[in-house]
Write a protein that binds this ligand. Structure first.
Ligand SMILES: NC(=O)c1ccc[n+]([C@@H]2O[C@H](COP(=O)([O-])OP(=O)(O)OC[C@H]3O[C@@H](n4cnc5c(N)ncnc54)[C@H](O)[C@@H]3O)[C@@H](O)[C@H]2O)c1
Length: 437
């Protein structure tokens, strides 16, 4: 079996490495020369636990290849996955033209019956557009073979991707006919062995909608919990206990209800905007999701707002250190991360900004010259008036508070992920602020 993956980013590398792990011959193609050259030598351009090992062992065993040559990605393939990213359009929704361009290339270069699979997150109806484009190209070439098209949205999460891929909650497969359904069942058989209930076969539009509906549901839980946390502060309730009380309700469950300083990443914010736009094009207003988006934008700045409140507005010249830059732990992805909103606000207000993150420092160095990037979490704290925590990396959970206090100039801690014990910090003499308590 031969498959190709177009796009060697997070989704492409995880998909390619995991299929190679099942014994499939996988060719990954990308337009980014530097990225492909690094991958050929086994160097990952992203941080994802377990991915480097899976990738290098399959490269070494000759099952996983990387190339800049699109012919190699479309010739003599059983399956072609499109995993490239979409770019935001001027109205904030996803511009799917790059995905349609890949479909066109598939139509121009494919050499026998192949299945074209869209894994990129795309608005409902995109797979049908891609199908029509491929159809036109094949007719134009006058070839004597057909193709199948599938919508197979990706649900893996950064930080847990290999596990998610190998043991998925479910695999959603949107097809137009039985042949494509059987081809996809064959491809995923090793992963689904003894777990056939985990496949959902449906049409392409429904598959595309499942992806957006799942993201919308999760983002709604996060924003609602953040609003409840803000209200807890006003009425004097403790969000941690409220969270426990709510999460132990079996109808609700405990996932995605941690209060904090907002969600980020390249998925939630974009998918919510897409869903709103998809609805608008159909003449419908997604009022709940509009509120989810605006609550999240407000929530991202709560670290900064708490700082301003603590100093009564007089924050110019304060030195603020931020622990955690990625939008969540175990990833170097800073897309739309709360850290970005807070760094921008701090710089605009004339603060000195120092930061530390275990893996997401490079992007910060490139983005802001004026931000000091610490060698480690304690180096970053030197001379700071305020310590803010934006990402709950494990190494931040139990710091030496004595050491932190010795290094700081003033003693203010603003915890955007509710990871610290208020009583312990009070004993050390810190002014401590968190979310919803
Ligand atoms: N990151 C996630 O957690 C996640 C989860 C599920 C779905 N998705 C969706 O999957 C898609 C990809 O996400 P990602 O995080 O892997 O993106 P990414 O930015 O990490 O990777 C995209 C890759 O595609 C390459 N690329 C762009 N245009 C190309 C072209 N014309 N030909 C070949 N390669 C091209 C880029 O160089 C890059 O290497 C997006 O639509 C995203 O919304 C992402």
């Amino acid at each position: 079996m031969k498959i190709s993956i177009i796009g060697t980013g997070f989704v492409g590398l995880v998909t390619g490495s995991c299929f190679a792990e099942q014994g499939v011959d996988v060719t990954c193609v990308d337009t980014d020369r530097q990225r492909v050259n690094r991958l050929i030598y086994g160097a990952l351009s992203i941080y994802e636990p377990g991915l480097e090992n899976t990738m290098t062992s399959n490269v070494n065993s000759g099952r996983l290849h990387f190339s800049l040559d699109f012919n190699k990605g479309f010739e003599d393939m059983d399956y072609v996955f499109c995993t490239i990213e979409t770019q935001p359009d001027t109205d904030g929704s996803s511009n799917v033209q790059p995905v349609l361009d890949i479909a066109k290339m598939f139509g121009q270069l494919v050499t026998r019956h192949s299945v074209f699979i869209i894994k990129s997150a795309v608005p409902v109806g995109t797979a049908e557009k891609a199908r029509d484009i491929i159809d036109e190209q094949l007719k134009h070439r006058g070839v004597d073979f057909s193709f199948d098209i599938v919508s197979n949205p990706d649900f893996v999460t950064e930080g847990n991707a290999i596990k998610n891929f190998m043991k998925p909650d479910r695999i959603v497969i949107g097809t137009e006919n039985k042949n494509a359904e059987e081809a996809m069942a064959r491809l995923y058989r090793p992963i689904l062995m003894h777990n056939t209930r985990r496949v959902i076969f449906t049409d392409m539009r429904t598959a595309e909608m499942i992806k957006y509906a799942a993201t919308s549901m999760l983002a709604t839980r996060v924003s609602l919990m953040n609003e409840i946390a803000n209200l807890c502060e006003i009425v004097g309730a403790d969000i941690n206990i409220v969270q426990h009380g709510v999460g132990t309700d079996s109808r609700i469950g405990s996932k995605y209800i941690n209060p904090g300083c907002g969600y980020g990443g390249n998925l939630f914010p974009q998918d919510i905007k897409d869903m709103i736009k998809i609805a608008e094009k159909g003449g419908y207003s997604m009022d709940v999701l509009k509120a989810v988006d605006s609550v999240n934008n407000r929530q991202k700045r709560i670290l900064f707002d708490k700082l301003v409140k603590h100093y009564g507005g007089d924050i110019k010249g304060k030195t603020v250190v931020l622990w955690g830059l990625s939008f969540k732990p175990e990833t170097d992805d800073m897309s739309d991360a709360p850290s970005i909103a807070n760094i921008e606000l701090l710089l605009q207000a004339g603060c000195n900004v120092r930061v530390y993150d275990p893996v997401a420092m490079n992007a910060t160095k490139l983005r802001w010259n004026e931000v000091y990037c610490g060698i480690d979490m304690y180096d970053a704290v030197k001379g700071a008036d305020v310590l803010m925590v934006a990402t709950e990396w494990r190494q931040f959970l139990l710091p030496s508070w004595q050491h932190v206090k010795e290094l700081m100039n003033d003693y203010v801690i603003i915890d955007g992920r509710n990871i610290y014990d208020a009583n312990e910090l009070a004993e050390y003499g810190f002014a401590y602020y968190c979310v919803g308590r």
